[in-house]
Write a protein that binds this ligand. Sequence first.
Ligand SMILES: NC(=O)c1ccc[n+]([C@@H]2O[C@H](COP(=O)([O-])OP(=O)(O)OC[C@H]3O[C@@H](n4cnc5c(N)ncnc54)[C@H](OP(=O)(O)O)[C@@H]3O)[C@@H](O)[C@H]2O)c1
Length: 274
Amino acid sequence: MTAVFNASRLAGKTVLITGASGGIGAATALLFARAGTNLILTARRQAQLDEVARAAADEHKAGATGQGGKFVTLTLDMQDKAAVQGLLSRIPDDLRNVDVLVNNAGLVYGREQVGDIDDAELEIMFNTNVLGLIHLTQVFVREFKQRNSGHIINLGSIAGKEPYAGGAIYTATKHAVHAFNGSLLRELVGYNIRVSQICPGMVETDFSVTRFRGDRDAAAKTYEGLQPLTAHDIAEEIVWAAARPEHVNVADVLVFPTAQASATINHRGPLGQQ
Ligand SMILES: NC(=O)c1ccc[n+]([C@@H]2O[C@H](COP(=O)([O-])OP(=O)(O)OC[C@H]3O[C@@H](n4cnc5c(N)ncnc54)[C@H](OP(=O)(O)O)[C@@H]3O)[C@@H](O)[C@H]2O)c1
């Protein structure tokens, strides 16, 4: 019987992941490495990227596919338009034919409502989650069209499908990703290029630590009384989408913890005891 997951389709491919220094991006790097890919890992924190690359090398060895295993880390701030547009020229020649672009870098600040939102934080969210993602995608769409191959995987969110009070900017950025993903999917329908959006619900990473500006206790309360998703859970979705046969495009995936049903509806406490 053919394996259902069949990650072997990924062996020897080259994957570029933004925001690979932690959370979902780092977990995704490890799974791709195990499947025998080459990796280009980008984020602002170089030391963390190097750590992820070391862990990826161990995963690659354990995967024993005999393919891939070239790992490059490149410091990149998604807010820096020139750096994003120039990224391709910093990629070593042997890894320049990227097969999969994972647009994962993103962040949220605060729960403030409109009128009280900090201007600087608002701009960081839009520049990172939306403009940086769009600038980088433009670069790779040109590449992918020339080669008539490639896969763009965008990290959306339930926040891109459902707005909530206290999330005006973050939900606006993720709605923008949703719309961008949808237009791109339609524009590329005549090419052998896949466009996927993976939309997580609550995932316990440093995402909430950033939201609460470093307050780990406040971040931990987000997940109190329920079992959130892990970064690895979402990495599995991303790698699964990338490992489908070329004629299969996973267009949109919404993934919740079992105890979550919408952006604001969740169950805290044991499941099955209403
Ligand atoms: N966690 C959740 O509940 C959840 C739910 C839905 C969607 N998501 C989405 O999933 C993606 C990953 O989030 P996560 O949960 O893994 O959060 P995380 O653990 O905080 O990781 C965020 C990553 O994005 C990078 N990043 C942030 N700003 C950046 C910038 N300006 N330039 C380059 N890289 C930047 C960070 O690296 P540096 O700090 O080193 O730059 C880090 O690697 C985001 O797009 C997020 O919106 C998360």
